[in-house]
Design a protein around this ligand. Structure first.
Ligand code: CA
Length: 169
């Protein structure tokens, strides 16, 4: 019985450990070098796996080829603006979490960004604290489904282990 309990415990901790180990990945598409590198530093410091892009086309390419948990997308970018990138991403993946970074606070910009499917927006100049909280909120919303699926999977594994062991008792 003790053997069964410890094995179940091991299965649980091993699975939880595996779930916790994956870093959350963020793509930062921002042409202003100081802002981009500043944001990369902040998110790396807070434990995220971060990649950056300095132009519209580079951002779109990375967004479509990489698998990011969240994309921070500036609007005014060389080559292709954030609206177009958002649109292209949405056409391929309607669930990709996106937060727009807008330099302007006019209703029109915000409405257009949200219409194109951005999950949220942060107006520049923004506080890092506020940006981090909004990122966490969008990730929480987008990952509820994933976490639920994982915990069901985890429970099933533990359940199957227990049953197999009971059979031998
Ligand atoms: Ca810009």
């Amino acid at each position: 019985k003790l053997y069964r309990q410890s094995l179940t415990f091991l299965a649980q901790t091993a699975s939880l450990d595996f779930v916790n180990k994956r870093l959350i990945s963020i793509l930062i598409v921002e042409d202003e070098e100081a802002i981009r590198s500043g944001l990369i530093d902040v998110f790396v410091f807070h434990g995220y796996d971060v990649d950056g892009a300095a132009t519209g086309p580079e951002g779109l390419k990375k967004a479509l080829t990489g698998k990011f948990d969240l994309i921070l997308l500036d609007i005014m970018l060389p080559g292709m603006d954030g609206y177009e990138i958002c649109n292209e991403i949405r056409a391929r993946d309607r669930d990709q979490p996106i937060i727009m970074l807008t330099a302007r606070t006019s209703d029109e910009d915000i409405i257009q960004g949200l219409k194109l499917g951005a999950d949220d927006y942060v107006a520049k100049p923004f506080s890092i604290q506020q940006l981090l909280l909004r990122v966490e909120a969008v990730l929480r919303r987008s990952q509820i489904g994933i976490e639920q699926a994982k915990s069901i999977e985890l429970n099933n594994e533990v359940h199957i282990d227990t049953e197999n062991l009971s059979g031998h008792n």
